[in-house]
Design a protein around this ligand. Structure first.
Ligand code: PXP
Length: 251
């Protein structure tokens, strides 16, 4: 099968948000549902190219056991999103995800707000990138489309950047156009520096076409919209709908 232009990582954190809402204190219960693994396998059957999960320090959704279960049983790639802490790094080194995406993490935030300040935390991030890369994971930096952050990501040895599309997703009109220009400039620079260019956050089947003038996109990571849509059409169809829109991307 020819490789599509743009790959899709399906973020299934919110499948687990639902499970935790009822079963946080009873994870061993035979009633604990929905199954994170069943969701991942369903996304894969629909054509997802990787499965993304964020193991947060507060364990609000994904649990350590979920990461191990996915590592053992999924057939595509595992993408682990993580904050730069010793605790999560030790787990990542043990699990050996195919991809690791370094993200900022604040306890109070509802979701990942804003990109990682790579330029301001070079040393701490560089040693983490080195350890993970030497262990066989390809490492990405989740950054705002800011040229300093793109340069810093390349300088510390990241293989990929994931451009934060939260601002893109929340604007219209001239503000949207300005953000698309920032994303394009960041993608151009990252590509010239040899980085793989990914993007994610707040992407939907409706807003994706506005992203299509951004060059060099290799992979999108999408969660909330797909999981929300799956309540009405099922996860397989929700993933297929996303892939159908993504098929129109041309670099
Ligand atoms: N990429 C990263 C690095 C994220 O932190 C998130 C949110 O967890 C996503 C992609 C997916 O964002 P959304 O759930 O809005 O599609």
């Amino acid at each position: 099968m020819p490789q599509p232009n743009l790959l899709l990582g399906v973020n299934i954190d919110h499948v687990v948000t639902l499970r935790q809402a009822r079963y946080r204190t009873m994870l061993a219960s035979p009633n604990a549902e929905p199954s994170v693994l069943a969701a991942a396998l369903e996304a894969e059957k629909a054509g997802a190219h990787s499965i993304t999960v964020h193991l947060r320090a507060d364990r609000r959704h994904i649990q350590d056991a979920d990461v191990w279960l996915l590592r053992k049983h999924i057939g595509t790639k595992l993408n682990l999103e993580m904050g730069n802490t010793q605790e999560i790094l030790a787990i990542a080194l043990d699990v050996r995800p195919d991809f690791v995406c370094m993200v900022p993490e604040n306890r109070e935030e509802v979701t990942t707000e804003g990109g990682l300040d790579v330029a301001g935390q070079r040393e701490a991030l560089q040693s983490t990138v080195k350890a993970l890369s030497a262990n066989g994971s390809r490492v990405s930096m989740f950054i705002d489309p800011d040229l300093n952050q793109v340069r810093a990501s390349a300088e510390i040895g990241a293989a990929m950047i994931e451009l934060h599309t939260g601002t893109f997703a929340n604007h219209t009109g001239v503000e949207l156009e300005a953000e698309v220009r920032r994303l394009s400039a960041a993608a151009e620079l990252g590509h010239a520096l040899g980085l793989q260019i990914n993007a994610g956050h707040g992407l939907t089947t409706k807003n994706l076409p506005d992203l299509w003038t951004v060059p060099h996109l290799a992979e999108l990571n999408i969660g909330h919209h797909i999981v929300s849509r799956s309540l009405f059409v099922g996860l397989r169809t929700a993933v297929q709908e996303m892939l159908a829109v993504m098929a129109s991307y041309r670099d």
